[in-house]
Design a protein around this ligand. Sequence first.
Ligand code: GLC
Length: 584
Amino acid sequence: MSETAPALYGDPLSSPAVFHAPLHSASMDAEWWRSSVIYQVYPRSFRDSNGDGTGDLPGITAELGRLAELNIDAVWLSPFYPSPHHDGGYDVADYCDVDPLFGTLADFDTLMARAHHLGIRIIVDLVPNHCSSDHALFQAALAAPKGSAERSMFIFSDGSGADGSEPPNNWQSHFGGRAWTRTTNADGTPGQWYLHLFDSTQPDFNWDNPAVRAEFERVLRFWLDRGVGGFRVDVAHALIKAEGLPDWGGRADGGSSEGFPGSEAPMFGQQEVHAIYRRWRGILAEYDGERILCAEASIDPLPRLTDWVRPDEMHQAFNFAYLHHPWNAHALRDVISSSLTAFDAVDAPTTWVLSNHDVVRHTSRFGLTGGAPRGGDGIGRSDAQPDTATGLARARAASLAMFALPGGIYLYQGEELGLPDHTAMPEDARRDPTFVRTGGERLGRDGCRVPLPWLADAPLYGFGATGDDTNAVPQPWLPQPEGWAGYARDVQSGDPDSTLSLYRTALQLRRDLQLGAGSLSWSREFETTDTVAFLNGEVLVVLNMGEFATPLPTGNVIVASTPGAVEDQTLQPDACVWLMHAAG
Ligand code: GLC
């Protein structure tokens, strides 16, 4: 993305001056998801309780108390289901079980009980677009003949060309290479092709088939019965494909390609998908406690994305337009305005997110001068390296500004420690299918998935227990960078100036001041070309994205992004402050 403001978001000056977080209920708890803070755990890298080099459910249970200190409402768990892990568990072989790598269903129940005790909801990741090629349904489909009921669970098709040796259409996989793989018949002859928008080990389900819909309703109920607070729905815009599977000139990633706006892609954003989510919302409504659906849908522009959160569909959708904003005040004001306008129009909360397991962490993105790589394109050893200090200062400032926005917040594990990406990861350690399928041309997402540092002075920075009685240090599934001791949770915990302390303080204030349920109005008075300034209740937020210090109004500082952020009534560059603003 370029450093100049994209035209996409419209002019903030033409937007309304005040945006309200839509609140319909008398009680905050009743519609908790309108102002929630949800923390994403990537189980493989969170905490390893048994010393096998991979994080696990007991590791999460053991540390949930520390997450509660962040004043979060819910934890979203990335997939922990049985999987061959060709795509980090987003290749699910059984939707109703736990991979032995992560533990057992009993471990899941223990985690649920602990979360319940702490008042934290658990949201699980539902991957309905595709499963793993190891899934029993796909194995049955491969074994069954062309035209069978088993094959109709997936998207099988004869090839094109005289002998069917060409794929049925020209779609490309999100991870690189073509989106079709040819099967081999039992007698060894070449067979039909199957569609996979992602890796060849991730066959797409055929959502036109009622049996697929019934199977996922069973899966929803399985987890709802176990008490989960809801589902983050993976690739929620792709389930239905356009009839006839027409050729398409763009990448299968929802991004627009030359001459092809993303909104016209035949594999994304088809209107029929909404009936599925209306049905799911009805199922969730049968359960108590306000269970929620959150869409991962790469749809632009924002007013189209809001179709996913109309009142009878999902509760939330990730705001990727916001996630991708560059370090530029105009662009940030634009995307905040257009987000609030678009989501307000359908009475849904806006969500805000800066990092997740698919993108370069915002500490590293904001430390790059030439703009950030697109999702799936990591930073490698031979690339320009981010400036660590600038990246961290900006990340802390951006997060602090985000915490004052009305709506829902998503956090990604490790951002509360100010972790950067592992940008010096050796190529032979990389696991992302994007790396493999593009022959290393796109590095993939491993850099943001590195095992977390817990203890400054322990092997693997305390990520894992040391194996058996030999006390051998296990090999972590992805290597950690050198020199991460300063990021470890234990050293940050006791340091009032640490990123962890900033997150704790600011998220506590967000809750106490009810900013999530508040409203935003732009403060034109304190805005400059390079600063973003807004009011939420009595809190005035100023974020300096320029190169020079900017004057501040008088007012008590509530919290600042770094200790030296405010000096002589000015706000330093790459800093953010909340001030108690006297009205009038
Ligand atoms: C989503 C996930 C990503 C995964 C992809 C395919 O975008 O966030 O990690 O690779 O779906 O399931």
